[in-house]
Write a protein that binds this ligand. Structure first.
Ligand SMILES: [Zn+2]
Length: 464
């Protein structure tokens, strides 16, 4: 029997990044998610604050999925002394290998840039973590099969259920003597053509539910109709469609849509499609290795991802801009903040025949947001490039459940949890979801506060 069970919200509370929830069972520590704070500078600075407990005292980490706002602090935790296992699905393990190494390269490149230009207060500027730290974190990843039970410290037991969202994403169930804690991670969509629907969970005594879109409904348009129309319009003008895309999840979904549009004859079958992102290409390899984690058969997956020509080296990438033929270029990054898509934008933005098609949410301060806000030009490599191309956004391509879909998932529980903690949402979204859960489900719930500690009742306290 446990004498005490506590849950501390160390991140991902009152914001959508830095997902970190610390479970303390009789003082033994298991961390649920180990995410990076991302976005504006005050948030990013939180990654540099000392971790609230000694990292070496954390015995294990459980990851819901590979996105960096859930996994990207792992190399730092390892750097600061964490030595335990990191449990996650096999798909998450493989995607983390790509994402954590890329994140570490960026951290090193940033520090290097600051040092070369002498523009840091710190001499020398250090990276948050290095590639070597990321490699040690990756070596500690322990794949767990969905629906299997794994022992955690202090008699806790772990199971992962499918969350949809991106490959390998899981809902985390932790059984403790006398009860069960469930953490939604990021919930996917019920009608996602690529990922399975979020799996229903029957029971929880305590529930942590994400609220990214807790106050929003996704547009109901079929993305394929919108995509077909935009592409046909660009082709009629003799233009090229450049799609800045997130490399993991979104790029694969776009390839699937483009393949289905070609199959249906809704866009020309001979229209060239290029995937110009080494990271998205690596992610495709992972998606192909985990066919059971997606809705496609192995043959469909091979055909769908085969719709594109894969551009590996930089010379080939630059050569794409030399051809005037209509084509589709899918390239990262998704908000046009960096990556190869920048070169393509510099070339294609200035011509009204072309289209730049964003593939989802654009955060404040990014080039993507500026363009969609109507900026007449954007600065690329020190040069102001006029924005003449048609601009569109496929905002319905979200990998997140919207408010109705979150409520649908919550209706899968057979009884109300004792308490539901709303996490992973901006305050407005978290509060809107709180109201809906109270009004429509009648559950006790509140938005978790950053730094809040909740005492959970277990068997020892009578589990009343
Ligand atoms: Zn996510």
């Amino acid at each position: 029997m446990l004498k005490s069970l506590q849950l501390r919200f160390l991140g991902g509370a009152g914001t959508v990044t830095g997902s970190r929830h610390l479970l303390e069972a009789d003082g033994r520590r298991v961390l649920l998610d180990c995410g990076l704070f991302q976005g504006l500078k005050p948030l990013r600075l939180r990654n540099w604050a000392p971790f609230p407990v000694r990292p070496a005292s954390v015995e294990a980490v459980v990851l819901s999925h590979a996105h960096l706002d859930h996994s990207g602090y792992l190399p730092k935790l390892v750097r600061e002394g964490f030595r335990g296992p990191i449990y996650c699905s096999a798909g998450t393990r493989d995607l983390c290998e790509i994402l954590l190494l890329d994140s570490a390269h960026l951290q090193e490149a940033d520090a290097d840039y600051l040092n070369r230009h002498g523009i840091s207060r710190h001499k020398p500027a250090l990276p948050l973590y290095t590639v070597a730290d990321a490699q040690r974190a990756i070596a500690a990843l322990r794949p767990v099969a969905f629906d299997e039970t794994v022992a955690l410290p202090a008699g806790l037991q772990l199971r992962l259920r499918r969350a949809g969202h991106i490959l390998g994403a899981a809902v985390v169930e932790v059984d403790y003597p006398g009860g069960r804690l469930v953490f939604s991670g990021d919930l996917g969509r019920y009608e996602d053509p690529l990922m399975p629907a979020p799996q229903a969970v029957a029971e929880a005594d305590y529930l942590l539910v994400e609220s990214t879109y807790g106050n929003r409904a996704h547009p109901k348009d079929d993305p394929r109709d919108v995509l077909a129309e935009i592409i046909q319009r660009a082709i009629r003008r003799g233009g090229t469609v450049v799609i800045p895309s997130f490399a993991v999840g979104r790029a694969q979904l776009l390839l699937l849509h483009l393949w289905r549009l070609k199959q249906a004859g809704r866009i020309p079958r001979d229209l060239p499609v290029y995937l110009d992102s080494p990271m998205a290409t690596d992610a495709v390899d992972v998606y192909l290795r985990h066919e059971r984690d997606q809705r496609l058969t192995a043959a469909e997956a091979r055909a769908a991802y085969g719709v594109a020509t894969y551009v590996r080296d930089v010379e080939q990438s630059k050569a794409l801009d030399a051809s005037a033929m209509p084509k589709i270029i899918v390239s990262a990054s998704g908000m046009a903040t960096g990556g190869r898509v920048i070169h393509h934008l510099k070339h294609y933005l200035r011509d009204a025949r072309n289209t730049v098609l964003f593939a989802g949410f654009q955060a404040v301060g990014t080039r993507g947001a500026a363009m969609l806000d109507g900026a007449p030009s954007v600065k690329i490599h020190g040069e102001y490039v006029p924005v003449k191309a048609e601009l569109q956004n496929l905002s319905m391509l979200s990998a997140h459940a919207d408010a109705d879909e979150i409520i649908r998932w919550l209706r899968g529980f057979s009884r109300p949890p004792r308490e539901t903690f709303i996490v992973h949402g901006e305050p407005g979204a978290a509060d809107a979801l709180r109201l809906r859960i109270q009004d429509e489900l009648g559950w006790s719930c509140h938005a978790a506060e950053p730094g809040e500690t909740a005492t959970l009742r277990g068997a020892a306290s009578g589990s009343a």
